[in-house]
Design a protein around this ligand. Structure first.
Ligand code: SF4
Length: 352
């Protein structure tokens, strides 16, 4: 089931039933063939000018989803349509053209920049690769890009190691903007930065979105960061989407126990969310992608789990206009129940 975008013109990006499975033999010391189900049937769409936040714990598959859109990992199944074209089936020149529209900003700006290249060369490299500008035009465009992301001209001859973390992330953003994209995958783009620098970079991303009409897939483990930048939020758990809604709705009244649990780790200044917040963040280990739990993948950690949850996988369904939830008992939270045994309307089953 696809979590749809909202535009009448159709989505800019449309992901359907995306599956990314890895051969996990190496991790299992070659004891037979094992499959890691990193992404296991994820569907969503993003409109032009929209930000979709993709959140979840480390290892839930959110970054693999982003990398699959960028063709940095090969999807096992599913489809990705970008600007109405089938991105996964496109090759050669057409792929190069499509890729210009779909750029990325990664977590560690130092890792993603060549440490031996000057800043001007890093920012200008995409212009060379795509044959977009030469000579004085390229030099001028490089300085314009640097100015657009708040980097002064005198940094152009420096190496990445001579810049702060925030400046390096601005270089990464300038580099992504060089080819005039319409969509940017921001994969934990501010996670390595101090809180004050995070705010500056988030403000920059928002301003660029307004000025250039960009769309973002904003991937993060941090719900409070995602809330500030996202129009809609999709919550991912163990390779699948657990819940999706507008940012406002999802943070005010989550219907999925996992969403409510991770909100416990992300302070939200809303009395209603505070009242429904569980005492503790979600406990226990995230499931192995090699051996995901049967039924609902969240059932071993879910305080509302019942017998049905162990055997029957809940579908992601639109329970209200624009709100999608994959939980057999979503009405429990809708009707005001919490996730603690005392507040849950039905006695939760103890799951070992
Ligand atoms: Fe919890 Fe069951 Fe809902 Fe899964 S389907 S989130 S185990 S109540």
């Amino acid at each position: 089931m696809t979590v749809p975008a909202r535009s009448a013109e159709g989505p800019l990006l449309d992901v359907r039933d995306l599956v990314v499975h890895f051969d996990a033999r190496a991790a299992m010391f070659r004891r037979g063939r094992q499959t890691a189900r990193a992404v296991d049937g994820v569907s969503f769409s993003v409109d032009a000018g929209e930000t979709l936040g993709l959140v979840g714990e480390s290892g839930c598959g959110k970054s693999t989803t982003g990398r699959a859109l960028l063709k940095l990992v090969k999807p096992t199944a599913g489809s990705v349509s970008f600007q109405g074209e089938d991105l996964l089936a496109t090759r050669g020149r057409d792929l190069k053209r499509l890729r210009r529209g779909l750029q990325a900003v990664f977590q560690d700006p130092y890792d993603s920049l060549n440490p031996r290249m000057r800043i001007r060369d890093i920012v200008g490299e995409p212009l060379i690769i795509h044959g977009l500008a030469t000579g004085a035009t390229r030099r001028r465009q490089i300085l314009e890009l640097m100015e657009r992301v708040g980097l002064s001209e005198d940094l152009a001859n420096r190496l990445p190691a001579e810049l702060s973390g925030g400046q390096r992330q601005r270089v990464g953003i300038a580099r992504a903007l060089a080819v005039n994209p319409s969509f940017i995958v921001c994969d934990e783009a501010v996670s390595a930065l101090d809180v004050s620098v995070q705010a500056q970079v988030l403000n920059l991303l928002r301003r660029l979105q307004q000025d250039l009409g960009l769309s973002y897939l904003f991937i993060s483990h941090d719900l409070s960061v995602v809330r500030h930048v996202s129009d809609r939020v999709a919550v991912m758990y163990a390779g699948k989407l657990a819940e999706s809604a507008s940012s406002e709705v999802l943070y005010a009244r989550p219907y999925h126990p996992y969403t409510l649990s991770i909100l416990a780790a992300a302070p939200v200044a809303d009395p209603d969310v505070e009242r429904r917040r569980p005492d503790e963040p979600v406990t226990g280990e995230a499931p192995s992608p090699v051996h995901p739990p049967s039924g609902c993948r969240f059932h071993p950690r879910c305080p509302l789990a019942q017998d049905r949850c162990r055997t029957e996988e809940p579908e992601l369904v639109e329970v209200e206009p624009g709100r999608w939830t994959a939980c057999h008992f979503w009405r429990t939270l809708k009707d005001g129940g919490g996730t603690t045994p005392a507040s849950a309307p039905r006695a939760p089953v103890k799951v070992s």
